[in-house]
Design a protein around this ligand. Structure first.
Ligand SMILES: CC(=O)N[C@H]1[C@@H](OP(=O)(O)OP(=O)(O)OC[C@H]2O[C@@H](n3ccc(=O)[nH]c3=O)[C@H](O)[C@@H]2O)O[C@H](CO)[C@@H](O)[C@@H]1O
Ligand SMILES: C=C(OP(=O)(O)O)C(=O)O
Length: 435
């Protein structure tokens, strides 16, 4: 397990460019399975989760060629479907949440798919009912093979259907959409998730010849087509990285410009940081965060304590709450951080409390942060990153702390943040990777 050693207390300064969005890439990579023609994707980040999925596709027989530093072309014209039965396939899928989205395209194009319980962060229950119920509605059968610990999905033919999802699952909606584009007839998905990740997937599929309408809403209508063709696609900047950098600037009192953020696709994220008192300016398509010694958390209009809570898009993504919680530890005022979706994502606050933060963990979903207004500086600590976003949040805490910190298990951070120590070192951070 690799770790980071961080010398805290240094101001950062300069410009940083966000990588392509991890959660979008995982979707569009799976969608390349839907055609035998070439699909070229630009702005693919060099991160563990994405590299693992690309390798998985290669092992399935996908032709993959790299035509630029972040551009790849994929062609699924001669897949080895027998590989899906192998232990190697199941082992690799079980390490990666995104692998669950192989089911939709495989069942749509080849009539069968195989999947173990997928990996990803251990941040609470992560059920797959929405995926399975949706694909079943299209006519596929699901069987759980307890001996090999895998789900086997089969369909002679998929047929369009109406469905009201039990929850607006991000990867669930992507999976169903990818199955429905090649189904016969019309599929209507109500209570669909509509994150920019999904909007991008649907736009790419339409460029491939799919007929999806209602993009960006929670009601998608998909008219099935018999085949899809190749296309080119550019991945949006990673909104979670953008939010992480806003938090990092605030926590370290630094002036940073985050370049080319695709501001119109950030939704409520900038305003959510503003509610913590953080000033940020939109400059063209960049975000400028000025150096701020103090920032004051707003109250609600009736004077009651601010709550920052997650919700399905266009609500606030749960993936930024850990960062916002850390930032609040040095704000003036108090805030309730309410992580509604996941029940095991806030336990990392113990580490922040050890560093001197004032936090009350009310229950697994809710933590109250009483900001220090920089009257007390967090002290460096020795900690382990439990999940990707707690990992980056702890890194931000360490950058703002006095003294040295060590963060173990940084593979969690590497899952989603490209060359993070080099990019932050270029801004003036002191981070060393210890293998
Ligand atoms: C690879 C990928 O894209 N991962 C993202 C994806 O995971 P993923 O697609 O796995 O997450 P889901 O959207 O399915 O659900 C996340 C959690 O929220 C709960 N839930 C979901 C919808 C809802 O309306 N109500 C509700 O309570 C679910 O029960 C689950 O516990 O979306 C999550 C929610 O934005 C993000 O944290 C993950 O980073
Ligand atoms: C929870 C996340 O990732 P995954 O769904 O891949 O575990 C995340 O990106 O914050």
């Amino acid at each position: 397990m690799a770790s980071f050693v961080i010398e805290g207390g240094h101001k950062l300064h300069g410009e940083i460019v966000p990588q392509g969005a991890k959660n979008e890439v995982l979707q569009v990579l799976c969608a390349t399975l839907l055609t035998d023609e070439e699909v070229t994707i630009e702005n693919i980040p060099n991160i563990l989760d994405v590299n693992n999925l690309i390798q998985l596709l290669r092992d399935m027989g996908m032709k993959v060629s790299k035509s630029g530093s972040d551009t790849y072309t994929f062609q699924a014209d001669n897949l080895n479907l027998a590989y899906l039965e192998s232990d190697d396939f199941l082992n690799r899928c079980s390490k990666l949440r995104g692998s669950v989205m192989l089911v939709g395209p495989l069942v749509a194009r080849f009539g069968k798919a195989m999947i173990p319980k997928p990996g990803g962060d251990k941040i609470g229950r992560r059920r797959l009912d929405t995926h399975f119920l949706g694909i079943q509605k299209l006519g596929a059968s699901f069987e759980y093979d307890a001996v090999n610990g895998r789900f086997c999905i089969n369909a002679e033919k998929l047929k369009g259907a109406y469905m009201l999802l039990d929850e607006a699952s991000v990867t669930g909606t992507a999976n169903i959409v990818m199955a429905a584009v090649l189904a016969e007839g019309v599929t209507t998905i109500y209570n669909a998730a509509c994150e920019p990740y999904l909007q991008q997937l649907c736009r790419m599929l339409n460029r491939m010849g799919a007929k999806i309408s209602g993009i960006a809403s929670n009601l998608l209508t998909i008219e099935g087509v018999s085949s899809l063709k190749g296309c080119s696609h550019r991945v949006l900047p990673d909104m979670i990285e953008v939010g992480s950098f806003i938090g990092m600037a605030a926590m370290t009192g630094s002036e940073i410009t985050i370049k080319d953020v695709s501001y119109q696709n950030l939704g409520i994220i900038p305003d959510s940081f503003r509610r913590l008192g953080i000033r940020l300016e939109q400059r063209g398509d960049d975000i400028f965060v000025p150096a701020q010694e103090h920032y004051q958390i707003e109250s609600f209009i009736d004077g009651s304590i601010m709550t920052i809570a997650d919700a399905p898009w266009p609500g606030l993504t749960p993936d930024l709450l850990s960062v916002m919680l850390v930032v609040a530890t040095q704000a003036k005022g108090s805030v309730l951080i309410h992580q509604k979706m996941f029940e095991s994502r806030l336990f990392f606050v113990d580490k922040l409390i050890d560093m001197g933060a004032q936090i009350i963990l009310c229950d697994p979903h809710r933590a109250v942060v009483i900001g220090h207004d920089r009257n007390f500086c967090l002290r460096g600590g020795n900690m382990t990153s439990p999940d990707i976003r707690a990992g980056i949040a702890l890194l931000i805490a360490a950058l703002g702390a006095e003294g040295n910190s060590r963060i173990h298990n940084i593979e969690q951070i590497d899952r989603g943040y490209q060359h993070i120590e080099q990019r932050l070192t270029a801004l003036g951070a002191r981070i060393t990777r210890i293998e």
